[in-house]
Design a protein around this ligand. Structure first.
Ligand code: FMN
Length: 217
């Protein structure tokens, strides 16, 4: 089946695009309004795209009535936010925080999580999150009246100590299990991990390495 984007409604585009490009990680974003009220909401149009500058990107849509989401308003106003990664320990908080809370009510009061001060931004992170990225606003690209791309410059990364191998200073893959968003109400957890180095041109040209020689494990 070929689907020409110009033939699809906005809803159909969203349905197919968000279902094809999976899995997506989920950013449980904490932000703060001008009065200091903390907001939390999950965003899965999210990833990191560069390390120098260190940039994380969020795709934030309008609410169904066309109004602006609190996260975007807060980032515009305060210019700082924190991306909290989501694992099983805060899965309930992620789902609660996705509800359409009024702007003057904090999701945190219902989410069963604790806030702690960040190191580099004046927005708190979620203590239970396995990892958090403290961000300053770098740029907002308005894709349309209803879609904004928020580029955050990452100032600091918090990672729970037990996820890091002290000898190698690397994250231990088997211990870090962030949720994967599929589409609609579907989610997944990471399955088997495997390692495979990038082939060298010597292996391909001189040793005749072919795709069929590469096994999964
Ligand atoms: C797992 C998950 C991922 C989501 N990803 C996005 C997203 O990438 N962009 C978006 O605009 N809304 C997304 N949403 C919906 C928002 O979380 C929802 O609209 C929320 O109420 C926004 O809260 P806020 O107004 O406090 O920012 C997602 C919801 C869930 C459950």
């Amino acid at each position: 089946m070929d689907l020409l984007l110009e033939d699809l409604s906005k809803q159909e585009r969203y349905k197919f695009l968000s279902a094809v490009v999976i899995p997506r990680p989920v950013a449980l974003v904490t932000s703060k309004d001008r009065n200091g009220l903390c907001n939390a909401a999950p965003y899965s149009f999210f990833n990191v795209f560069s390390e120098d500058p260190a940039i994380a990107i969020l795709g934030i849509g309008a609410k169904s009535d066309g109004s602006i989401k609190d996260t975007l308003q807060n980032i515009r106003d305060v210019k700082q936010f924190v991306i909290n990664m989501v694992d099983k320990s805060i899965i309930g908080a992620m789902h609660i925080a996705s509800a359409d809370f009024p702007s003057n009510e904090s999701e945190i009061d219902y989410a069963g999580v604790t806030l702690v001060d960040s190191k580099t931004v004046n927005v708190q992170r979620i203590a239970q999150a396995p990892a958090s990225l403290e961000c300053e606003l770098f740029q907002i690209i308005e894709l349309s009246e209803r879609r904004s791309l928020v580029l955050g410059k990452i100032k600091s990364i918090y990672i729970q100590d037990e996820l890091i191998d002290p000898a190698t200073k690397r994250i231990i893959p088997e211990k870090y299990s962030p949720i994967a968003r599929l589409f609609g109400d579907y989610y997944a957890w990471l399955g088997d991990r495997y390692t495979k180095a990038i082939p060298t041109m010597e292996q391909i040209h001189e040793l005749g390495l072919k795709a069929g020689d590469i096994e999964k494990n």
